[in-house]
Design a protein around this ligand. Structure first.
Ligand code: AMP
Length: 219
């Protein structure tokens, strides 16, 4: 199964993708994560993407589509893909069709996480993660149980994304409205879009996604 999680920054795509990975052994393909890794490693792609990402603008379609193709090639053909943060433009949507077709895959579902944009700014600017395992926390909604110490692994190092500040978040939202939201009708015409309330409690969002894709939690 191949699915797209679509929604503005902070809608919960990453969190929900991780849950689908845990429940069904699917693979999360996050172009944001791939680009951050490239920036960290200082690769040519990373060097090109860094400033664009810091401004909250979109990296070129060619770069992200190439990353997606490489990741798909690196995973087994029987493993399902969850596209998180890709496609983000009409050109990327067309590329994804080609990329999937060339690999004998097809798109099964597009899940749109419907959210209230004003609440998202608070969600995003407060979020941080464990530097070791990537578990997500939030200043207001989910502090580690013991302040300053990561719950499970005991790590005391946390990190925040440099683009999770209010000014950049506003640009990222504007990019979403202008370039990403217009791709929804493409998938609506194919009858594969399911709308899920992304403001609901996290477990409810997961349950709604699982019901939309016709899967039951197996744990
Ligand atoms: P994300 O982690 O999905 O919020 O992405 C972080 C940043 O990476 C975005 O603000 C963009 O600058 C860049 N980015 C991630 N995915 C894409 C994409 N599919 N197309 C263009 N830029 C992207």
């Amino acid at each position: 199964m191949n699915i797209i999680l679509l929604g503005p920054p902070g809608a919960g795509k990453g969190t929900q993708a991780q849950r689908l990975v845990e429940h069904y052994g699917m693979r999360q393909l996050s172009t944001g994560d791939m680009l951050r890794a490239a920036v960290k490693a200082g690769t040519p792609v990373g060097l090109q993407a860094k400033a664009v990402m810091e401004r909250g603008e979109l990296v070129s379609d060619e770069i992200v589509s190439a990353l997606i193709g490489e990741e798909l090639d690196a995973m087994g053909s029987g493993v399902g893909a969850i596209f998180d943060g890709y496609p983000r433009t009409e050109a990327q949507s067309a590329s994804l069709d080609d990329i999937l077709a060339a690999r004998g895959r097809k798109l099964d579902h597009v899940i749109e996480l419907v959210v209230d944009e004003d609440a998202l700014v608070e969600r995003i600017t407060g979020r941080f993660t464990c530097a070791q395992c990537g578990k997500g926390y939030h200043d207001k909604f989910e502090q580690p149980r013991q302040v300053g110490v990561r719950d499970k692994c005991g790590s005391t190092e946390f990190k925040r994304r440099p683009d999770d500040n209010e000014a950049t978040v506003r640009t990222r939202m504007a990019e979403y409205r202008a370039k990403t939201a217009p791709i929804l009708p493409i998938y609506e015409a194919r009858g594969i879009v399911a709308r899920v309330d992304g403001m609901a409690e996290m477990d409810h969002v997961t349950a709604a996604i699982e019901s939309a894709i016709g899967q039951k939690v197996t744990h």
